[in-house]
Design a protein around this ligand. Structure first.
Ligand code: OFO
Length: 164
C-alpha cells in the first residue's frame, strides 16, 4: 500500500503531466495559426506523450492501491510569441518537470518506497530525452532565426515526427 504522502505527490505529478498536455495542445494550435503545420504536429504528438505519461502514473498509483484524485487542469497562456519563443518556453517547462520528477524521486527514497523509486526511474530517463530533444530544436531555431526559408525547412522536418 502506498503512503498518503507519496499518493499526494503522485497525484500532483499526474496533474502536472496533464497540464503539460494542455500546454502543448495550446502551443500547437498557436503554431498552426501561424501556418507552421510541422511545429504544430510535433507539439500535438508531444501533447499525446504527456497524456501517456499521466496515464502511466495513474496505472502505477492504482496498482499500489492508491487513490486517484484528479484536480482541475490549469489554463495555459493564450499567446506564446514566435516559434523560437514557443520552443524556449517548451524547454523551460520541461526543466520544471525534470525538477518535479527529481523531487518525487527523492521523496520515494526518503520514504523507502522502492516500488515508486523504480517506477520513477523511467521518468528520470525520459526527462533527459525530453530536454535533449527540445534543446536541439531550440538550437536549430536560434541558428536559422524565425525569418527566411530555413524555418520552413525545419517546419517540414518537424512535421515528420512519428511518421515513416
Ligand atoms: Fe512528461 O515529460 Fe514533458 O512534461
Amino acid at each position: 500500500m502506498i503512503s498518503k504522502t507519496m499518493q499526494d505527490a503522485l497525484n500532483a505529478q499526474i496533474n502536472l503531466e496533464q497540464y503539460s498536455a494542455q500546454l502543448y495542445l495550446a502551443m500547437g494550435a498557436h503554431c498552426a495559426g501561424k501556418s507552421f503545420k510541422g511545429f504544430a504536429h510535433w507539439l500535438a504528438v508531444q501533447a499525446s506523450e504527456e497524456t501517456a505519461h499521466a496515464a502511466k502514473l495513474i496505472t502505477f498509483l492504482l496498482d499500489r492501491g492508491g487513490k486517484l484524485e484528479l484536480q482541475a487542469i490549469a489554463a495555459p497562456p493564450k499567446d506564446f510569441g514566435g516559434v523560437i519563443q514557443v520552443f524556449e518556453q517548451t524547454l523551460g517547462h520541461e526543466k520544471t518537470i525534470t525538477a518535479s520528477i527529481n523531487a518525487l524521486f527523492e521523496l520515494a527514497r526518503a520514504e523507502k518506497d522502492h516500488a515508486s523509486e523504480i517506477a520513477l526511474q523511467w521518468y528520470v530517463t525520459e526527462q533527459v530525452e525530453e530536454e535533449a530533444g527540445v534543446g536541439e530544436i531550440v538550437d536549430h531555431l536560434h541558428a536559422v532565426g524565425d525569418q527566411g526559408g530555413a524555418i520552413w525547412y525545419l517546419d517540414s522536418k518537424m512535421g515528420k515526427r512519428g511518421k515513416r
